[in-house]
Design a protein around this ligand. Structure first.
Ligand code: ADP
Ligand code: MG
Length: 316
């Protein structure tokens, strides 16, 4: 195996659809091109790459289309695991193509391979007792009750009053399928796109029987687990803020250049990082750093590979 360094780069949702955009395929292609351009710095520093990405808006649209198809044409429902697989396929295609275009524009060439990735969860994960992650379309209370009666789905009212939404569990990722192959391809110098949307949640229904399950895995936690399991040298979590802050959005706001995992845990406990946005990124960084001793970096996409860009999470 080559001795080059290996990095896992997690693209945030804004790498493909930014706030306020409709998210046409043209938008997603242009955004993907810009996001992939930021990878050049890492490639030039000698890193081999595995790219991971979110899928929130895309899988939301797939669920909407499923609902419409079911209502209008009686198409069979597509379960969430299959919808995640669907999103991994088309987002992977867009990133593959745009990254190829970026490489060609810079006189470089690599193969780029999307791996549809299953991620094992534990069916006894306490998250299944308390589904909290809202997904898909908004329903009226009556519609939601009908669906619950039909198939047992759980619903919760949107805090901003937009209606009722299905809630699913967000269990911890336990193991990444095909991780050995992902590592082999990436260390061989080709670029892999994997664990899109946090991966397709699967579990062992019985011994020797894998099965998809209605859940959503946090993409930052899944990226950290992948990075650990393929022995990556660095984990970069890319989003839309240059650095992690304490007292975020208050007059006392302070950016963090570097924090060790003890400090990061203390800030988490003190509630500096919002759940559903920055908190899972910091948890993912801690998870990677604690288990590998290596640094994780949280930053804005455009600051990838820039010296002193972002917040570095270190073991000590
Ligand atoms: P992504 O799609 O990249 O996962 P998220 O919206 O989930 O993006 O998370 C990034 C957001 O986290 C930022 O836009 C910022 O508003 C928010 N955020 C919450 N707490 C903090 C904090 N303490 N420091 C920096 N950003 C924070
Ligand atoms: Mg997010």
């Amino acid at each position: 195996m080559a001795l080059e360094k290996l990095a896992v780069v997690a693209f945030g949702g804004n790498a493909l659809i930014t706030d306020g955009q409709k998210g046409t395929i043209d938008d997603q292609e242009a955004n993907a091109y810009a996001a992939c351009e930021t990878l050049l710095k890492l490639i030039k520093k000698g890193y081999n790459l595995v790219i991971t990405h979110g899928n929130g808006p895309q899988v939301g649209n797939i669920l909407l289309a499923n609902t419409a198809g079911h209502k209008l044409y009686g198409l069979p429902d597509m379960p969430l695991d299959v919808s995640v697989a669907y999103s991994q396929g088309f987002i992977g295609y867009i990133i593959e193509q745009q990254l190829k275009n970026v490489l060609m524009a810079n006189d470089m060439d690599r193969d780029i391979i999307t791996i549809i990735t299953q991620v094992l969860v534990n069916k006894d994960d306490p998250a299944f007792l308390n589904p909290t992650k809202p997904i898909g379309p908004y329903y009226s209370k009556e519609e939601a009750e009908l669906i619950t009666a039909e198939n047992g789905s759980k619903f919760a009212e949107d805090p901003r009053g937009r209606g009722w939404r299905k809630v699913v569990a967000s269990p911890k990722p336990r193991a990444i399928s095909n991780r050995t192959t992902i590592e082999k391809i990436a260390r061989g110098g080709q670029i892999v796109i994997a664990v899109g949307g946090g991966g397709i949640p699967t579990y062992y229904k019985e011994m020797n029987k894998l099965q998809g399950i209605d859940a959503v895995i946090d993409k930052d936690l899944a990226s950290a687990l992948l990075a650990r399991q393929i022995n990556a040298d660095k984990l970069f979590i890319l989003t839309d803020v240059p650095k992690v802050c304490i007292h975020y959005n208050t007059p006392q706001q302070q950016t963090i250049d570097r924090m060790n995992i003890a400090t990061a845990k203390r800030y988490l406990d003190e509630g500096h990082f919002a759940e559903g946005s920055m908190a899972p990124k910091v948890r993912a960084a801690i998870e990677f750093t604690k288990n590998t001793g290596r640094d994780a970096i949280i930053t804005k996409t455009t600051l990838l590979g820039v010296d002193d860009g972002g917040t570095r999470i270190t073991i000590v």
